[in-house]
Design a protein around this ligand. Sequence first.
Ligand code: PEP
Ligand code: MN
Length: 338
Amino acid sequence: MIIVLKPNCTVEQLNHFTEGLKHDYDVKVNTWVGTQSTVLGLIGDTSAIDIDYIAAQDFVESVKRVQEPYKKANRKFHPDNTVITLPGGQKIGDGSLSIMAGPCSVETEEQICEVAARVKAAGAQFLRGGAFKPRTSPYAFQGLKADGLELLREARKKTGLPIVTEIMSAAHLPLFEDVDIIQVGARNMQNFELLKELGKIRKPILLKRGLSSTIEELLMSAEYIMAGGNDQVILCERGIRTYETYTRNTLDISAVPILKRLSHLPVIVDPSHASGIAWLVEPLAMAAVAAGADGLIIEVHNNPAKALSDGAQSLTPDQFDHVAKRVFTAAKLLRTEG
Ligand code: PEP
Ligand code: MN
């Protein structure tokens, strides 16, 4: 962290300030006294220093971080990729392509079981399905809630696929005890109380990027979970808000290599919510694989026209077969070429 002091900063203020920083944080302070202003260089772990507090001191001209404010999610402190291993042996982040597929919402037993069997046959290793749905309108289908979780368990029993489903409130945590991967949706990426509770448990969390969140904000949210002791975070790029209206969101494809560079956590892409359009899922999924994603999360419905949510972006099982073949082939080719 670099702090530039105003010319009128007195020696007493300088000494008091630097002693305070050294006392309160695990940092060394290098001081360069110039003719016009004095510059402080803080060396060490500056992640806990509140930059706004520094900027608020009336003898401070400017302050700049040179080190990222996240530590546990930071590749600098953890150079090796994090590989998430589920109790059933499924891995995410080990170099293979992990695919989570299933409907936006769990609707009926027939629906979830049929889709689960089809996505498994196509090679998906995880079943997705929403039981608690964050909908823009309070009048839209809100999900089957606890009954939806029960249907997911049923589909898991029939197929052996681990289940991925969204939590919207920490109060629901007891219902999620046997969920394999807990999803935090885009709308809750900065629900810090929820993130703190998820830091206390020991199971993988799929953290989706907020609709208008920066890459750094996504990593800071991962940091919240990891600061609580839960290291099993999977990051998900699912498109962000831009001025473009053709697509539901804009897939920020550069976020994939950037996240992989900044963090050791696995990164997956959701081409369904990124586009909102079924025919765009395949090209975006291919782009994600080419950009180095560790996996994909794709919405599949046995009858998209009748889906209770996100039908327009849902693939039929036949379409998913085709997409799965293409992305697995692409991943194999790209990854053997190194
Ligand atoms: C979903 O996965 O169905 C969902 C609501 O996703 P997001 O939070 O990315 O909008
Ligand atoms: Mn959806």
